[in-house]
Unconditional design. Structure first.
Length: 258
């Protein structure tokens, strides 16, 4: 008698699994403590935070809530006291100073409230600085610095020194410097704090363009109108995240109860 051909149950079909994006920035129970004993300050306390590639986030919160400490941590300028920080899949606590400097130079662009341009250098020379550290040869540096200045609308100011530029123009030079190495992340601490309303809008317009081009943007601001330009508002209080993913309406509520 021949074998009956019994239909076998079909093998399980492979599940279609959507790839889970990896955060660009991930804090896990991160702590940053300054001092010890009576003078101990818990600047960040057990913070969990994930920011994904392409996000545009604002960090808000009262003075002393840990915003700058969080920015220094995100920017790989400092290491956590406890917990973990992964940036672009690298565990920052395990990296030495040279490795952190390399990450900052290649993957992160910094913008500060006070611009921090070198006064004796022209706009183009200021923008070339991160490429000098990266070992880019001079003709390429000149070309890329000029392109970055054109991108922020300063193509006609490349040979001006900072004192010959307005505050808004100086901040645009600083943004050009921040983006010239094609970073993954633009990190800005109060980028519009020293600017008037109109120049603030110019700077936010440039941030929006960079975000649209795919750069992840994280900025600290205490100005609700500036924060509203972002997609996600992360609100710190006493070293912890009090609120995340706030919509503009939620923000109005938080400002009222703060
Ligand atoms: N280098 C430091 N040494 C000691 N305490 C610090 C230092 N930096 C910040 N702090 C303290 O940590 C807390 C958070 O500070 P910070 O991150 O600067 O807050 P924010 O930027 O929100 O104003 C504050 O209590 C501040 O005094
Ligand atoms: Mg601060």
């Amino acid at each position: 008698m021949g074998l009956l051909s019994i239909p076998r149950p079909s093998p399980p079909q492979p599940l279609t699994v959507l790839p889970m994006p990896t955060p660009l920035i991930e804090f896990r129970q991160l702590q940053k403590v300054y001092g010890s004993g009576n003078t101990e300050v818990r600047a960040l306390w057990n913070v969990n935070l994930s920011i994904y590639p392409g996000e545009y986030c604002a960090i808000m919160g009262p003075s002393g809530s840990g915003k700058s400490t969080a920015m220094n941590m995100v920017g790989c300028l400092d290491r956590p006291t406890a917990g973990e920080y992964f940036f672009d899949n690298q565990n920052v606590a395990t990296l030495d100073d040279d490795a952190l400097a390399l990450i900052r130079n290649q993957k992160i662009g910094f913008v500060f409230q006070q611009f921090h341009l070198l006064p004796q250098l022209t706009a183009r020379e200021n923008v070339e600085l991160p490429m000098i550290y990266a070992g880019v040869r001079s003709e390429v540096r000149h070309q890329r610095a000029t392109e970055a200045l054109v991108r922020v609308g300063l193509g006609d100011r490349i040979n001006n020194k900072p004192t010959q530029l307005s505050g808004g123009q100086q901040q645009r030079v600083a943004i050009a410097r921040a983006i010239v190495n094609n970073p993954l992340l633009l990190l800005a601490d109060e980028p519009t704090g020293a600017l008037d309303t109109r120049t603030t809008e110019d700077v936010l317009g440039i941030f929006a363009d960079l975000h649209a081009a795919g750069i992840t943007v994280v900025m600290v601001t205490h100005e609700p109108d500036v924060a509203r330009a972002s997609q996600r508002i992360i609100w710190f209080k006493d070293g912890e995240i009090l609120n995340d993913h706030l919509s503009p309406e939620d923000l109005a509520h938080s400002l009222a109860v703060r």
